[in-house]
Write a new protein. Structure first.
Length: 249
């Protein structure tokens, strides 16, 4: 009797190491988020800030934001060595680190701001992740978070029709029951209300919530998608500016 060894099935880490997996919702989101951060930080001439781009991926979002954050120090952080190798072509400072398994290799209160762009929807334990982000932020530091909106204007219509919402996924191998073709590994989705309550419960003060369009919306509907940004709770992408309380630990 002979036995055969099965290869271990690829997990989430293997999935995210694949460079063909999309990592962002488009330059429009990156620019809007960078403008929010630039407004919060002010000119770098007075006091250059340290910004951590946690989950920086290949650094393309940081490249888009760079002209608006000129003079500030932006450090890319990611657990993927392959992602950091690609990010080095766009960013001068990169650090390997994880939000789990002991946390980030960074000191308490070391950052003036954290960019957390479309990462939270991929996490098994977002509670621990927000605890870690709060730890590395200085008191009064800024958190700029973005994530797809479960209650996007078209998702409301799709649910009424009994169709799986865009951004939600039931498999890592393919898209089932909803429009689109790209599998990106979303584990959690948020509405504007849920995200605001979650951030508040995690010790942050929500300063502002805004919306951004999604590049995957069909071209004939893109004008409507941009208009929906005026009502963040119905926009494709949620952008949140939150702060660590000045007296917060």
């Amino acid at each position: 009797m002979t036995t055969t060894q099965r290869r271990p099935r690829p997990g989430l880490r293997d999935f995210y190491e694949n460079p063909s997996v999309p990592v962002a919702s488009g330059d429009a989101r990156s620019l809007r988020q960078a403008r929010m951060l630039a407004d919060a930080l002010g000119p770098a001439v007075a006091a250059p800030a340290t910004v951590l781009d946690i989950g920086c991926g290949d650094g393309s979002a940081a490249l888009t934001a760079a002209p608006l954050l000129s003079g500030h120090r932006v450090i890319g952080v990611d657990w993927s060595q392959d992602a950091l190798r690609r990010a080095r072509t766009h960013m001068s400072d990169v650090v390997r680190g994880e939000l789990t398994d002991g946390g980030l290799p960074l000191a308490d209160g070391c950052a003036d701001a954290v960019l957390f762009s479309e990462v939270i929807e991929h996490l098994v334990d977002p509670d621990a992740a927000l605890d870690e982000l709060r730890r590395v932020l200085r008191p009064g530091g800024h958190l700029m978070l973005s994530t797809p909106n479960l209650a996007a204007w078209y998702n409301r219509a799709l649910l009424l029709a009994g169709v799986q919402p865009v951004f939600s996924e039931v498999s890592l191998r393919g898209i089932h029951g909803r429009p689109g073709s790209e599998v990106v590994g979303h584990l959690r989705l948020y509405t504007a209300r849920a995200l605001r309550e979650f951030l508040t419960a995690s010790g942050f003060e929500v300063v502002r919530m805004a919306g951004a369009p999604f590049h995957g919306v069909p071209r004939p509907l893109r004008a409507l998608d941009r208009a929906a940004c005026l009502l963040p709770s119905a926009s494709s992408i949620l952008l949140v500016h939150a702060r660590k309380p000045s007296g917060g630990g």
